[in-house]
Design a protein around this ligand. Structure first.
Ligand SMILES: *Cc1c(COP(=O)(O)O)cnc(C)c1O
Length: 391
């Protein structure tokens, strides 16, 4: 990857941060090299109200604190607060708003986020509306009471790119917070705070943990006042992760760069193979020159992950037949894991979005989303070849 394929350079010291930040063995009783898993909920006080650092694990504990320090540093932020799921972190974000405020959200958004905004936030008098990915469209849809702009880039599942630096200028002009869901790229490949975002959100469940065995979310900011507010909400809304899950993620992120490099190589190989295949109508992958926003992707990110989407030539039956024939790709709705996963988004992740809106968004019955994993490249391609031969 000479010149990083025209994308921004990969961040320096990234693996070193993942492996060494917040890991001072001298801090622990026995100089443990690996951060200990501290399961206690309660901490003894020497007299009423006098305690060393922690009182109750919901407020803070050594395992979670270490993870938050690393995640903040990776994103170029000052404060990170972890939550019990990605959606839990977005639920907590809602508590930054009040009745009568408006969220302007990108239209192609994670299905769960859509449901949370539409079916929960609106009950508390928060207005929600949606915008296409162009900054000019956001500008058109801003309201007097817009307090938060919420985007993903690339979006899920159609991998559209939002110009984050431009959008952050707009959000600052309108006094709205810009929140970027950076789940698809991780801080290794995109750093929204540097581009002007106020808060970065991740579903840690996906690439950051990377092994499909933890559900977690995180909010990261470089504004100290906002950081304090998020820590307060973490403590008093109580949507916290378990210490065990924090321990698992501390282990998972040590190999983040290795994994992302392989996800990236594998997804590119798969994208190129599928792009030339006669049974495929179209491949969407930000690393392909055919992606309509390929140049923008190169300008604001350091690469692409394992995510891609394709339109098969055919209908729902073709899609089902194809999915049933795959052996190396597991039919499952998550992403960012070691194993390759595949999803029929219209049914599996976006059934909450009305059919007509889904189709406007391009989430049709022949759209298949791939989360390309870490298997041997040739095995993945051979699997796709045999499944395509059956449709
Ligand atoms: C999975 C996902 C979420 C939700 O995260 P959970 O950890 O499953 O609650 C939010 N945004 C994106 C882009 C996701 O892929």
């Amino acid at each position: 990857m000479e010149n990083n394929d025209g994308f921004l350079p990969l961040p320096k010291h990234f693996s070193t941060i993942a492996i060494h930040e917040a890991q001072e063995p001298e801090k622990w009783t026995h100089n443990e090299v690996v951060i200990p898993l501290t399961l206690t909920v309660s901490y003894k006080q020497s007299e009423p109200g006098v305690f060393r650092k922690y009182a109750h694990s919901r407020n803070g504990n050594p395992t979670r604190d270490a993870l938050e320090r690393i995640l903040a540093k990776m994103e170029n932020g000052k404060t990170a607060a972890c939550f019990s799921s990605g959606l839990g972190s977005i639920t907590t974000l809602l508590a930054l708003l009040k009745q009568g405020d408006h969220i302007l959200c990108i239209d192609d958004v994670y299905g769960g986020t859509y449901k949370l905004f539409m079916e929960v936030a609106t009950r508390f008098g928060v207005e929600i509306s949606f915008s296409k990915c162009e900054v000019s469209n956001f500008e058109k849809n801003i309201r007097r009471n817009t307090k938060m702009i919420f985007v993903e880039s690339p979006t899920n599942p159609t991998l559209q790119i939002v110009n984050l630096a431009e959008l952050s200028k707009l959000s600052k002009r309108c006094n709205a917070l810009l929140v970027v869901d950076n789940t698809f790229l991780t801080p290794y490949l995109q750093r929204p705070l540097v581009l002007g975002a106020d808060i970065v959100m991740h579903s840690v469940t996906k690439y950051l943990n990377g092994h499909s065995d933890v559900c977690m979310g995180v909010l990261i900011t470089n504004d100290e006042i906002m950081g304090k507010r998020l820590k307060f909400l973490q403590e008093y809304m109580g949507v916290v992760p378990s210490q065990f899950d924090c321990f698992q993620v501390l282990r998972g992120i040590k190999t983040l760069t290795l994994r992302m490099d392989q996800h990236r190589r594998n997804s590119m190989a798969v994208a190129k193979y599928l792009e030339g295949h006669p049974k495929i109508e179209k491949v969407i992958h930000p690393g392909l020159t055919s992606h309509p926003q390929h140049e923008l992707a190169k300008k604001q990110s350091s690469g692409h992950s394992g995510m891609l989407a394709v339109y098969l030539k055919g209908d729902i039956e073709t899609s089902k037949k194809f999915l049933a024939s795959l052996k190396c790709f597991t039919l499952a709705p998550s992403l960012g894991d070691t194993e390759s996963l595949v999803a029929l988004n219209a049914i599996m992740t976006h059934n909450a979005v009305p059919k007509k809106e889904r189709e406007t968004l391009g989430i049709t019955d022949n759209l298949i989303r791939f989360s390309v994993g870490l298997e041997d490249t040739q095995d993945l391609i051979e699997d796709l070849a045999q499944a395509l031969a059956k449709i």
